[in-house]
Structures are given as C-alpha cells and as structure tokens.
Design a protein around this ligand. Structure first.
Ligand SMILES: Nc1ncnc2c1ncn2[C@@H]1O[C@H](COP(=O)(O)OP(=O)(O)OP(=O)(O)O)[C@@H](O)[C@H]1O
Length: 361
C-alpha cells in the first residue's frame, strides 16, 4: 500500500502538438491540502481533469493510493469533485442533493440517511436538510455542494475555483471554513485557484504553475519568503524586483551593484548555480528609520525621496525614489505615519540582508 494518496509521475498533456502540461511530478500524502496556483491558461484545470479521469495524460502516469489510474474510469476513482458552478439539482431538497452520489452508488437506505446527516454536520448545515437550493444563500449552496462531494467518503477531493462565484466577504469567510472542514475530515484536498491569497490562507503546500510547468512548490510561508524566480516573486504577493548589474560573493553573502545607479546592497543569499539577475525585496521588509536607528542598525541603509503615500487603512503604501528610475514600494503600518517626512523630502529606509533575495531568472 502506497503512503501517497495521489502521485503524478512526469505527466504531460498535449492537445495536438501543443503541450499544455509538461513533465509534471507531484506526490501528495493523505490529509494534505495542496493548492495548484497559477495564472489563467497555465494548465491547472487540465491537471485536475487528468487526476479526475476526464482527460488522459499524453505521457506519464497518475497513481491514486499506489494504483495506476490510466485505465480507471472517472466514476471508479473514488474522487470527489467540487467545481465553480456547483449546479445543485433545483428540484431536489438539500438532503436529496447530498444523497445523490450515494444513491448512484446504491448505498443502502439506512446507511445513506446516516451519511447525509454526517455530511451536513461537517459543513454546518444540519437543520437545512428539507430546504430547496433556492432557499439558500450562495455560501450555503456551495456548502451543500461540498457535502454532496464528501458524502461518498472519497479518498481525495478535487476543487476547481469553488469560491469564485461568491462575493469577497463570503469568499474570505469560506476560506477559513473550508480549511477547518478539511482538517476535521482529514481528507486530501487538491484545490485549483488563480487567487494567491486564497492559496496562502488555506494550503499546507502550494504548487505554483506557469506555462504548463511547476514553477515552485512548497509551504506558503517558504514560497513567500524565498521565491525562486521573478515570476513567483511577482505572482505571490508584491515585490520590488531590481535588475542586478554585478555582484561579489563572500562567506557572509553577496554584495550587489544595482543598475546604473551605483547603489550597493548586501544580501545574505549566495548564488548557488546561476548568476543573480534580479533581487527581490518585499515592500513590508523595508522600514522607515529615524537618524539614531539608522546609525546603529546593520544591513542596508538607503536614502531616497518620498514621492507618494497611499492610505490603505491599516497600512500605508509608499513610493520612495532612491535613484533616478529606481523607486521602491514600501508598506508600513499606518501607526508609523509619524516617522514619515513630507512628500518630496528625504526619507531613510532600512532592509536587513536576509530580506534581500537573489533570483537567477
Ligand atoms: N480540450 C482542449 N483542447 C485544446 N486546448 C485546450 C483544451 N483544454 C485546455 N486547452 C488549453 O490548455 C491550456 C491550459 O488550460 P487550463 O484550462 O488547464 O488552464 P487553467 O490554468 O485552468 O486556466 P483558467 O484559470 O483560465 O481556468 C490553455 O491554453 C487552454 O486553451
């Protein structure tokens, strides 16, 4: 028996001569919440469809609990599905909707009733069994769709942008709820989204896809703190990406010369294989400093001109020009507004060497 729920082994999918998923390998242990995240057209849904059995890989293998699925039809894969258009049957009650898959599987009546109660409890909809979909809110309907998918107790649930039809507030609430439901069930979830906040909030692991390939996979915090490419740095959160002109590595890190500005920065990273082409600094890693602090702090001190302040409520989004054609986005808590000079005045910023990430592509 495999210790993995899902395994993609060098999976490629081509339509005609065009590969839309290329050489993708992924191993998912039981109970993991994995998000496949990427921009429109990067191959997320195609990957999910291959796991579900709606599309066959052109090359490679897909295994569920150690068994190759290439010849297994979708209904025999023991997989649950929740899609964006959750399409509940309007003429059926909530209980009938949730029981639909069980009926298809010819689960005996008594057991079916127990499972419906259990599934509705898991999604916090006990007491809604006799309602019709039109009598439910969008979030409740989506939870019925979830209950319908989990009632047959699949080993894996595949979810394709299930929250994208909901408004922002509800989507944010459902993120937390979905994660809690998944953790309580201990079920493996593979969740497709193009929304990086959603993926960050819920996932044990994020697989970032780009142009049919895995750009980076890892825990949300690691991907955010250590993006390995300018694509990932831009796609996950916000970044200041600055071209590197030249660099010099030592035992402590790397000294970088930026563009034509003559500015130098120190990073605690050391280039591993390829030369760094960009450095990445997250806007919230930059701090506004006063004179005394600047004098005592190690790391990188820069002086620029405050050009713009955008008030985001809890935070201020600043633009600081540190050289001609080199501006940094800086995000600080609004409570620190007292540190700021007037627009057009000199502004000092600080960034620690470990918050300067080197990227080779
Ligand atoms: N049946 C098909 N025939 C031909 N090309 C297809 C087919 N299905 C998908 N594609 C192409 O494969 C690529 C990946 O599509 P896919 O739906 O997997 O992307 P996605 O990342 O899920 O995008 P989105 O977020 O927009 O849904 C796209 O360029 C798409 O046009």
């Amino acid at each position: 028996m495999s210790t993995l729920d899902i395994e993609l082994q060098s999976v490629t999918k081509s339509y005609g001569v065009v590969p839309v998923v290329r050489n993708m390998s992924l191993a998912v242990p039981p109970g993991e919440f994995v998000s496949i995240l990427g921009p429109s057209g990067c191959g997320k849904t195609t990957t999910l469809n291959m796991i579900a059995g709606f599309a066959a890989p052109s090359a490679g293998d897909i295994r569920i609990r150690g068994r190759s699925q290439v010849r297994v039809s979708p209904e025999n894969r023991n997989i649950g599905l929740v899609f964006q258009n959750y399409a509940l049957f309007p003429h059926m009650t909530v209980a009938e909707n949730v029981g639909f898959g069980l009926k298809m599987r010819k689960v005996p009546r008594a057991e079916m009733e127990g499972r419906i109660v259990e599934a509705l409890e898991s999604v916090h909809l006990s007491g809604f069994a006799d309602r019709y979909p039109r009598e439910l809110s969008g979030g409740q309907q989506q939870r019925v769709a979830l209950a319908r998918a989990i009632a047959p107790r699949p080993s894996v649930l595949l979810l394709d942008e299930p929250l994208s039809n909901l408004d922002l507030k509800l989507r944010e609430a459902m993120r937390i709820e979905l994660k809690e439901i998944q953790a309580a069930l201990g079920m493996t979830f593979i969740y497709v989204t193009h929304d990086q906040e959603e993926a960050m909030a819920m996932s044990d692991r994020i697989v970032v896809m780009w142009q049919g390939e895995i750009a980076q996979a890892g825990r949300p915090a690691d991907i955010y703190r250590h993006p390995q490419s300018s694509f990932v740095a831009n796609f996950i959160g916000r970044s200041n990406l600055i071209p590197v002109s030249s660099f010099r590595s030592s035992a402590d890190g790397t000294e970088i010369l930026l563009g034509s500005s003559g500015l130098r920065l120190t990073s605690s990273d050391r280039p591993v294989a390829d030369a760094p082409r960009f450095l990445c600094i997250r806007p919230e890693s930059l701090r506004i400093t006063g004179d005394a602090e600047t004098a005592s702090a190690g790391g990188n001190r820069l002086t620029g001109t405050l050009r713009r302040i955008v008030n985001l409520g809890a935070q201020l989004d600043l633009s600081i020009e540190i050289a001609p054609e080199l501006s940094l986005s800086v995000v600080i808590p609004s409570s620190q507004s007292g540190l700021l000079p007037a627009i057009g005045e000199e502004c000092r910023v600080f960034v620690a060497a470990e918050d300067v990430t080197l990227l080779s592509h």
